[in-house]
Design a protein around this ligand. Structure first.
Ligand SMILES: [Fe+2]
Length: 601
């Protein structure tokens, strides 16, 4: 049985294929359209997944969509009507968008695949998230917390889940916090207030929080009120979610926190490079960020405690966009009392496509029986031979990207010396302070680069990291980098009580680094002494594990600084062409694409 899963219309639109309960491939539309967080119908991703898997559209048994558009439509209508007639223009626009877009999703699917409406199943949004997280974890039972902006009418859900004797996951809804009481939306509203892009830069709010003190936490607690039963409510008077063309904040919000930060106001905090004196106005914003982060963690801890009370289980799965908050996740892993806290590789809406597909697959008799990791994207091996590189540059790059960019290239040389020699040469280059593009096999799902589409530098080398930030990533110095290390070395860095927690495998949680190990990751360390690790088992990614070992043998440092392989403003590279283009356009010194080592000349 083949199920095509689709998510779209909010952000990170994605497609996937599930065959007999096993995920075959999944990919976000942004990897093909090159529009970061692309929210359009994922036609390119659908076609790419089908082509990669060798599946013809007529072989698709069912299509699973990650939400129920009609239910969502009713919520959006109701919220617009509340503001009517003051938002009459917005209302008209919304109706048009929904009628033309979301309600016609079945038509879009038919157009892209030829699958008729009776084979298309709409899965409730939070159930899609929950199924994805529980299936990836492969646990016998767990509590699942789904926290995002909103799905249909719900913004936070608590589920209990167990796997039956037949392998089928049984997922039961215990609580649903309704819109507009939304932690995700409040966090995004603060993100807008702090001058960052909503649905994209919530991690900047989290990073800024480490530079502040939560002196406004009392004010934030008036906005998000903890209830005695572990749930929460939001005071809507602080927001105006009916507007779409400015931050959704009311006068009451501004009188509590002052004017919003303009994105032109410089934030001089730094965990990478030297910090300069901080403007007191900017310290104010860091304190606001610390306050919303503190209250978010308080509320999620109360939800986790409720989950434990109601289910009595040892394991907690997290999903929804809020589960990308790695500071919160780190504290949950260390302090929530759950033995396992599991965060899947793509907890946002990209993962929802796969969750919906797995749900429909199980419903029609093909339950997922194995957990899965992040390497479910496309690979391009076989397409790239050394001798083809010149043609690839001229033909494909010209076809795909601007001629002006090609003009600036100085050209490159390539060779295939074998993996051991590549690992040795890359280690030597890293030791000389070079920035390496590392491209291997199938790309990762979700926002984290985990050794298949990564940029690597020596995590002790301030100059190399500064060059990476300024010449490649154009990354704000207050945002910390993450690192990769092999699981055999985890105890060098961290003080975990019961072995390596599952929630540390894919850079989804931040943890304090032992003082004696901080010198190894000085450029991947946040101001609070934490880092966000990928703690890697060799079985999960053998080549990357071996590279880290080769690097340690050469340098004595057991970690690599690892950041996503992309240019500023663009999604992670997908194909060799994307990688070569980014390599040539930026200050990346050397590039490895599968078994080919490429250097500039
Ligand atoms: Fe969601």
């Amino acid at each position: 049985m083949i199920v095509l899963g689709i998510s779209s219309d909010f952000h990170d639109s994605s497609a996937c294929l599930v065959k007999d309960g096993v995920p075959l491939v999944t990919a976000a539309e942004e990897r093909f359209s090159y529009q970061k967080h692309d929210s359009g119908f994922p036609e390119l991703a659908i076609k790419s997944c089908l082509r990669w898997a060798g599946v013809q559209p007529e072989e698709i048994d069912f299509v699973a969509y990650h939400e129920e558009p009609v239910v969502k439509f009713s919520r959006i209508m109701a919220s617009r009507l509340q503001g009517f007639p003051f938002t009459a223009r917005n209302f008209a626009r919304t109706v048009r968008e929904i009628v033309l877009g979301q309600l016609w999703v079945k038509l879009d699917i038919f157009r892209a695949t030829g699958v008729s409406a009776d084979k298309i199943h709409m899965v409730p949004h939070h159930l899609s998230h929950a199924t994805y997280a529980f299936s990836a974890a492969n646990l016998p039972r767990a509590a699942i917390l789904v926290i995002d902006a909103v799905g249909e009418w719900t913004s936070t859900s608590l589920f209990s889940a167990e796997r039956g004797d037949d392998g089928n996951p049984r997922i039961q809804l215990l609580d649903a916090v309704p819109y507009p009481h939304s932690l995700g939306m409040v966090y995004s509203a603060f993100t807008a207030f702090l001058g960052f892009r909503v649905n994209e830069s919530e991690n900047s709010t989290m990073a800024l929080a480490s530079f502040g003190t939560p002196r406004f936490a009392g004010e934030v607690r008036k906005i998000i009120r903890a209830e005695s039963d572990g749930l929460y409510s939001v005071d809507p008077d602080y927001f105006d979610f009916s507007v779409t063309d400015r931050p959704p904040l009311s006068r009451k919000f501004y009188s509590a926190f002052g004017p919003a930060r303009s994105n032109k106001d410089k934030l001089s905090f730094a965990c990478v490079g030297e910090s300069s004196p901080v403007d007191p106005r900017m310290q104010h914003y860091a304190d606001v960020a610390a306050s919303i982060q503190t209250v978010l963690e308080e509320i999620v801890f109360a939800l986790a405690a409720r989950a434990k009370r109601l289910t009595g289980v040892d394991s907690l799965c997290l999903a929804g966009g809020v589960a990308l908050n790695c500071s919160m996740n780190g504290r949950l892993i260390r302090e929530s009392g759950f033995k396992n806290v599991f965060i899947p590789p793509d907890p946002g809406d990209g993962g929802g496509a796969l969750g919906a597909a797995l749900y429909v697959s199980a419903k029609f008799g093909a339950p997922a029986r194995k957990g899965f990791g992040p390497y479910l994207g496309l690979d391009y091996s076989g397409r790239l031979q050394t001798g083809d590189l010149a043609r690839l540059e001229i033909h494909e790059i010209l076809q795909h990207r601007s001629k002006a960019a090609v003009k600036k290239f100085g050209g490159f040389k390539s060779e295939t010396p074998g993996f051991a020699a590549i690992a040795e040469r890359v280690s030597e280059k890293l030791a000389r302070g070079q920035v390496i593009g590392w491209f291997q096999g199938r790309f990762e799902n979700g926002p984290r680069a985990l050794g298949n589409r990564s940029l690597l530098v020596d995590p002790r080398n301030a100059e190399a990291t500064r060059r990476l930030s300024r010449q490649v990533k154009l990354r704000a110095p207050f945002r910390p980098y993450a690192c990769s290390l092999n699981e055999e070395k985890a105890s060098v860095f961290f003080d975990f009580k019961d072995g390596v927690p599952a929630g540390t495998r894919w850079m989804s949680s931040a943890h304090p680094v032992r003082p004696q190990a901080r010198e190894f990751v000085s450029e991947a360390l946040h101001v609070d002494g934490t880092t966000r690790p990928q703690i890697l088992a060799r079985a999960e990614n053998q080549k990357y594990h071996d590279l880290i070992s080769a690097w340690e043998a050469r340098s004595g440092c057991p970690a690599l600084l690892n950041t996503s392989f992309n240019e500023s403003g663009y999604p992670l590279v997908s194909s060799p062409v994307d990688a070569i283009l980014a390599f040539l356009r930026t200050d990346i010194d050397a590039l490895v694409v599968d078994d080919v080592l490429i250097e500039k000349v």
